[in-house]
Design a protein around this ligand. Structure first.
Ligand SMILES: [Zn+2]
Length: 223
């Protein structure tokens, strides 16, 4: 079982970056919830979020939650601001080898999937990257203060694309496989035991089967 911890940045009192009528805390929550929903379609993967609504959670608590849960990978999702365009990712300055390897895959898959400007693979001493005990990555997905990117970010199907891009990276990293049937709880398998031209014969077989404890029903089919 692979345990993926998703951290939607900011929340509550902390809106993160704000511009063009967009708030980072809302965008990253939508992306993260979408990632969770997409990952539900895969086998052997568990997902936990640092927040599932618009609440304040301190950086140390976010890292602690992932540590307590013993996550295999920590992904902090952010949206950028400050003039620029495109995607960039961060790992901690200590650059542990597994952290570097995983980031290389995630970064490349996300840039390729979204087809956006590659701002590069970066390092920073961010608290969530420093205090997490497992490999961790922080992604900065486009700029709210860039007018054309803000327009993209206003579109919920583009936010789904960002989520899908992250999930594509995770699928590659952890060899995740889609469950064969994503609606197993809604499926019934029925067995047909006979087809008769005479309704009486159908009733007789149904009675025999019911006497043996089977539930039966007779269905009229045009031939
Ligand atoms: Zn942020």
């Amino acid at each position: 079982m692979v345990k993926i911890f998703i951290d939607p940045g900011h929340g509550g009192d902390d809106a993160g970056a704000e511009a063009n009528g967009l708030a980072e805390k809302d965008l990253v929550l939508t992306i993260s919830l979408e990632m969770q929903a997409l990952l539900n379609r895969y086998e052997n993967v568990e997902v936990q979020l640092s927040r599932e609504k618009d609440i304040s959670v301190s950086l140390s608590v976010r890292a602690q939650m992932a540590n307590d849960w013993d996550a295999d990978y920590f992904i902090s999702v952010h949206v950028n601001a400050g003039g620029g365009s495109g995607f960039e990712s961060y790992i901690h300055t200590s650059k542990a080898s597994e952290t570097v390897n995983r980031r290389d895959t995630m970064h490349q898959v996300i840039v390729n999937t979204l087809n956006v400007t590659d701002r590069g693979k970066k390092e920073a001493n961010f608290a969530v990257l420093r205090e997490t005990a497992m490999p961790a990555i922080l992604t900065e997905n486009l700029f709210v203060d860039n007018e054309s990117e803000a327009e993209k970010l206003s579109n919920s199907s583009f936010l789904t694309e960002i989520a899908q891009a992250h999930v594509n990276g995770l699928v590659e990293l952890f060899d995740l496989e889609e469950t064969e049937n994503n609606n197993t709880e809604d499926v019934l398998y029925t067995v047909q035991v006979g087809a008769f031209e005479n309704e009486e014969n159908a009733r007789r077989l149904a009675e025999e089967l019911e006497a043996q404890g089977y539930e039966t029903y007779i269905k009229k089919v045009s031939t």
